[in-house]
Design a protein around this ligand. Structure first.
Ligand code: WQD
Length: 374
């Protein structure tokens, strides 16, 4: 009987967050990875990780092997990435070469907020990432999947946006993403032992169809979809949605974004991690500079008003809205050209907006207070 290879230890930063929790769920489904999660719980709750692990356990077959059961456990560690000694302690726990790769998701991510407190964003998103990379190198861990963002493109010259588009972020948040992409690229150029992939997220939405895990930001949601969900469930009491501008050069004047299901986005991380294996086809013919960046989007843009209509259908809630001024940092249209990720990673984002809104509402209506209400 062939024995299955041991699980690969993978560190997920920001593991308790909306994206992190869904990425961990997908990694566990492969039953090839053992996940270590580090999070400072700035915008998340540890309860999310317990739920992810429970979801994975519930999906185990009766005759699951010990290794498959092991793959549903999460080593969940409270850790602040801006404190190198805390990060080093995690790597020391697993020893040199003990962690196979890192999925680096932890970051502050509010475009508008980043214009108000740029130094906080540079410290948390850039300095902490450099420190993480230094510690990874010290412990012979040289594979990284980095959570980047469509905001690296600023206001792109063409729509849909290919990865070859110049990087010209116009918010401190987007600039932190460009900076860390550049650091990882230069690191991979300098040392062929390194392999890195940056994933440029467009707009993730929805939740696991069970409604057991989902998006639960601390405080009032800054993003459109979780805000609409919390309005429908009565957690946000605003009687009216404020729409930030309808004077953009778009079909109905409101901003257009490329929304993709969070589980499709999470699958993209798994494909990227797999692509960091030695001899991976995406780096075939290369003997050095093993670095690439990919868009993760559907390639389909939807306006703010179209999103409101889709959520009206999913929730039955009668949203009222008023048009107010533009929000700082917003750009008219961020719609991906996903062809490169589809071709080289085998990435797909098949789930449509109706499914995203249905899964989001299923999570929110079952968990009106998110994880805090359990
Ligand atoms: C979407 C649209 C708003 C709230 C997100 C993430 C960011 C990055 C990019 C990953 C915009 C409008 C919103 C409201 C509104 N993702 N809106 N009224 O700005 O695309 O950014 O995706 O890196 O981290 O935050 O998403 O949901 O904030 O806004 O009119 O009350 O909805 O102006 O046009 P955004 P969003």
């Amino acid at each position: 009987m062939t024995t299955k290879p041991a699980l690969k230890n993978v560190l997920v930063t920001g593991g308790a967050g909306y994206i992190g929790s869904h990425v961990i769920y997908v990694l566990q489904k492969t039953r090839r990875y053992k996940v270590i999660s580090i999070d400072n719980y700035h915008n998340s709750l540890p309860a999310a990780l317990a739920r992810v692990s429970q979801l994975s356990k519930d999906e185990l077959p009766e005759n699951a092997t010990a290794l498959e059961r092991e793959s549903t456990e999460i080593d969940s560690i409270s850790c602040d990435l801006t404190k190198p000694e805390q990060v080093r302690a995690v790597f020391e726990k697993y020893g040199k070469g003990g962690i196979w790769g890192v999925v680096h998701i932890a970051a502050y991510k509010a475009v508008g907020e980043s214009t108000e407190v740029p130094l906080t964003y540079y410290a948390n998103n850039v300095s902490a990432s450099i420190s993480l990379l230094q510690i990874m190198n010290e412990f012979d861990c040289r594979r990284i999947v980095y959570s980047s963002s469509a905001t690296v493109y600023g206001t792109p010259p063409t729509i849909p946006i290919p990865e070859t588009t110049r990087l010209q972020a116009d918010s401190p948040y987007g600039k932190t993403k460009v900076m860390v992409e550049t650091v990882i690229d230069d690191l991979c150029q300098s040392d062929s032992k390194w392999r890195g992939i940056s994933l440029r997220y467009f707009n993730p939405a929805g939740a696991h169809p069970s409604g057991f895990i989902g998006e639960d930001p601390r405080g009032r949601p800054g993003n459109l979809l979780p805000l609409l969900a919390q309005m429908a469930v009565g957690r946000v009491k605003d009687p009216v949605l404020k729409v930030f501008g309808n004077d953009y050069p778009t079909p109905d004047g409101t901003c257009v974004r490329d929304y993709l299901h969070v589980l499709d986005l999470a699958s993209g991380h798994c494909l990227a991690l797999d692509a960091l294996e030695e001899g991976s086809s995406i780096f075939s013919g290369k003997t050095e500079a093993f670095y690439k960046a990919y868009n993760l989007g559907k390639g389909k843009g939807m306006s703010v008003l179209q999103i409101v209509e889709a959520m009206r259908k999913a929730t039955g809630f009668d949203y009222k809205y008023e048009i107010i001024g533009r929000r700082r940092g917003d750009v008219p249209d961020l719609t991906a050209d996903p062809a490169l990720a589809e071709k080289e990673l085998g990435f797909k984002a098949p789930q449509d907006l109706e499914t995203m809104c249905r899964d989001l509402w299923n999570w929110q209506s079952k968990n009106p207070l998110g994880y805090g209400g359990q």
